[in-house]
Design a protein. Structure first.
Length: 250
């Protein structure tokens, strides 16, 4: 399993952090998680072609986690004249099918092709088995439809929080994870509801027995604080701040 952080920031512009976006290789396939603004062009930086992306997962509907869905499909349709385009699978939160239908009501001529299929799936179960790997999904505390992910391949576990406050479901998704990429929107002194802080993320990692914790979804104010030091007050394990284009291998 390979994970590359394409964007460790938020909707707010930052010199060092792009909007959310995560690249995942698992089961011999190349995928995306929460492709926010800029994800499409950041694939070029990591030398991944759009036609290689087989699957995209969405944790919730907020724009900073979904903004590049239409640009990705637009690029895919335009590329079919130059290279073969395979089917693409989209997996999303409750209401995702209707969300995509509304997008198509505006953009259909530019994103739908007769040369390949777009399969739109809504999470209606807490576990999905794929060839040689599996995905667990649980509701988390952010927006009404928000979910977090737990990917397992060859006994290696990768947890992705999406956006969330502290909740028991996120602890369960993170249980014994080799890598947990958890949001950490604000420093402890500026914490707010429906988002994690360094201590909240550290508490989840500590209770779950996470082997390595990476703090992501960082608003620019976080760079003025030692959020690792704050996190280590409750989590003695390995913790680091996410960096755009950093990769992890499990």
């Amino acid at each position: 399993m390979k994970i590359i952080i394409l964007g460790s920031g938020t909707c707010i512009p930052s010199k060092k952090r792009g909007s959310p976006g995560y690249y995942l290789e698992i089961g011999g396939q190349k995928m995306l998680i929460d492709p926010g603004s800029g994800t499409l062009h950041r694939l070029g930086v990591i030398d991944v072609k759009i036609e290689e992306i087989s699957t995209i997962f969405f944790s919730h509907s907020h724009v900073d986690h979904t903004a590049d869905l239409i640009p990705i499909l637009f690029a895919k349709k335009n590329l079919h004249e130059f290279s073969r385009q395979d089917d693409i699978y989209l997996y999303g939160f409750k209401g995702f099918k209707n969300y995509f239908k509304k997008l198509c009501s505006i953009y259909e001529p530019w994103i739908i092709s007769q040369d390949y299929n777009i399969f739109v799936n809504e999470f209606n179960t807490e576990a999905i088995s794929f060839k040689n790997w599996s995905l667990s999904i649980k509701k988390v505390e952010h927006s009404q439809e928000s979910v977090g992910f737990r990917f397992i391949e060859n006994s290696k576990i990768f947890t992705f929080s999406g956006d969330s406050d502290y909740c028991k479901n996120l602890v369960e998704l993170s249980r014994d994870a080799d890598l947990a990429i958890l949001e950490c929107s604000f420093p402890e002194s500026m914490g707010c509801q429906n988002h994690l802080t360094p201590v909240k993320a550290g508490k989840i990692a500590s209770e779950a027995g996470v082997k390595k914790l990476v703090l992501t979804h960082l608003y620019p104010i976080c760079d003025s604080f030692n959020i690792i030091e704050e996190c280590k007050k409750v989590f003695p394990g390995k913790v680091e701040v996410a960096e755009d284009f950093k990769s992890y291998h499990l």
